[in-house]
Design a protein around this ligand. Structure first.
Ligand code: GDP
Length: 502
């Protein structure tokens, strides 16, 4: 029959997102009522028994609606993926390397693997945007041997002439002059999270891809990021063999990937209890079972973590679940700060989580974000294939995440005006900034919205039914319901290489 048009697809996606918000909100309020008024407890339990199965049934119906266009969309996904692969391949492999313009990626930060690899990809965005071959020895303080892990960036341009110290630093051009610098080789030095607002900063999408992506994907920015991230992380043979071997026989579909980030992260992100992850896992399996009534479902979890206790804790508290884990990885992960020897483990964990049918994690962690990015090379919409139980997704150096207000919103308990303005959508580097964001979340204070307003949204301000940020019109901070806004897609002026138009 006739396929759905853009508007119909958007209605289906919105319906799914509305149901998720209803569920998160109802759960949150029911828990509060349960804790605060003992007399209401029997009623709360009754409501839980009636509400959640109903919600799973509704989610299952919407999933079936999405299924109707899956085959047709698969073709377009494949076409988009191949187009982007071809553009990267042409950019990275000029026929004549000696005359090609180059960009040397000079990463000098020392941080975890996810953090480091995200820094390198920032260079790939700029390389593709300026038509320069990205070059790097992929060697840095924390991980000196990355060129032995992933396939080389180029087949035709292997070594950059001269001395890195002598290359001029690339200057961010303006929109009208996307490649302002004419030097044959420039460098992009990254010492800390790069916050340059380049026209090719992540959270923008090549202009010519937007119409197709909008039709088939719930988050075009994430899809584009995922393509570049996956290119940079094409495993060498020893690594794909190692992943295959680590997988073992227990890893079978359906399976939900869970990443629990603890150890040193608790100084950076709030602690998330095991139950918060498991609630999301259980929601997914409830819907899965609803959609596959004739299947005997084994509720498998692929667990990756840097905490050696989680596996046994989950086995005791959740005996109905089958926990699959590469246990030695968690042990090695603890020693990660002192050696690169944890690298094979984190790569096995990340690639296997990205193979799962669904992912539950914290997007405050580079590891969680990496998993969702690597899921983007499937030929269906994976924008909902992962759920975060803390921050929403973000990318280093990204363009501010902007929301357009669709419906007015009256703030019942507005955030106090003394909340200071923070620079738009940077990483909250200072304790003062982090405390302010935490305060807004804790107080649940809101911001007044008028239709047409634009919000600078902050990834930290996310509780699965409210988002938060600063209203550019009023300069006021606070939370607002997700369904009253939509993401603004920022087009970027990437050059369209000959013969690679869609
Ligand atoms: P972030 O600190 O969570 O944002 O992520 P990073 O990747 O920058 O640093 C965390 C580091 O801890 C990783 O690179 C790993 O070395 C280690 N790690 C964290 N979680 C896991 C895990 O689930 N499995 C393994 N093997 N290592 C992990």
């Amino acid at each position: 029959g006739e396929s759905f048009d853009l508007q119909e697809r958007q209605h289906i996606r919105n319906a799914m997102s509305d149901v998720e918000q209803i569920q998160a909100m109802v759960r949150h309020q029911l828990i509060k009522i349960y804790q605060e008024s003992p007399k209401a407890q029997p009623l709360v339990i009754k409501m839980i028994k009636q509400f959640f199965p109903l919600k799973s049934a509704l989610t299952a119906e919407i999933e079936e609606l999405k299924e109707l266009t899956k085959q047709e969309d698969g073709e377009l996904f494949k076409k988009l993926r191949k187009t982007v692969e071809r553009r990267i391949d042409l950019n990275q492999n000029p026929a004549k390397c000696s005359t090609a313009k180059k960009l040397y990626c000079n990463v000098q930060s020392a941080c975890g693997f996810g953090c480091i690899i995200h820094h390198y990809t920032i260079c790939l965005f700029i390389s593709l945007g300026t038509g320069r071959v990205m070059m790097s020895n992929m060697s840095n303080l924390a991980y000196p041997n990355m060129d032995k892990i992933f396939l080389p960036l180029s087949r035709t341009c292997l070594t950059a002439e001269g001395n890195v110290d002598d290359y001029p630093e690339w200057e961010s051009p303006n929109d009208e002059h996307p490649s302002s610098s004419d030097a044959p080789i420039v460098k992009v030095s990254i010492v800390y999270h790069r916050d340059r607002k380049t026209p090719f900063a992540p959270w923008t999408v090549p202009k010519d891809l937007i119409p197709s992506l909008e039709r088939i994907h719930g988050n075009p920015m994430l899809w584009w990021i995922g393509q570049l991230q996956s290119y940079l992380m094409r495993p060498q043979k020893w690594l794909s063999d190692s992943i295959k071997e680590a997988k073992g026989e227990e890893f079978q579909h359906p399976i939900v990937g869970v990443h629990v980030r603890r150890s040193d992260k608790i100084s950076e992100a709030s602690y998330m209890a095991n139950d918060a992850y498991m609630t999301a896992v259980s929601d997914w399996y409830d819907t899965y079972e609803m959609r596959h009534p004739n299947e005997t479902v084994v509720r498998r979890i692929f667990l990756a973590t840097d905490d050696i206790l989680i596996g046994s804790q989950l086995k005791i508290t959740y005996p109905k679940y089958r926990i699959v884990q590469i246990q030695k990885n968690a042990v090695v992960a603890l020693a990660k700060r002192f050696s690169g020897s944890g690298l094979e483990g984190i790569l096995q964990d990340v690639f296997l989580m990205a193979e799962c049918d669904y992912f539950v994690g914290t997007m405050s962690s580079n590891v969680g974000r990496l998993v969702h990015e690597l899921m983007q090379t499937r030929d269906y919409d994976t924008s909902n294939a992962a759920i975060t139980i803390d921050h929403s997704f973000r990318y280093y150096g990204q363009f501010p995440e902007r929301h357009l207000v669709l419906n007015d919103h009256h703030a019942e308990n507005p955030c106090p005006p003394e909340f200071e303005p923070l620079p738009p959508n940077q990483f909250p580097k200072y304790v003062r900034e982090r405390l302010q964001l935490e305060n807004i979340l804790k107080q649940g204070c809101e911001v007044e919205l008028r239709k047409g307003d634009i919000i600078d949204a902050w990834p930290e301000l996310n509780n699965n039914y409210m988002r938060g940020g600063v209203n550019i019109r009023s300069g006021r901070w606070g939370l607002y319901p997700k369904f009253k806004v939509k993401q603004i897609i920022e087009p970027a002026p990437y050059p369209v290489i000959e013969n690679t138009s869609l």
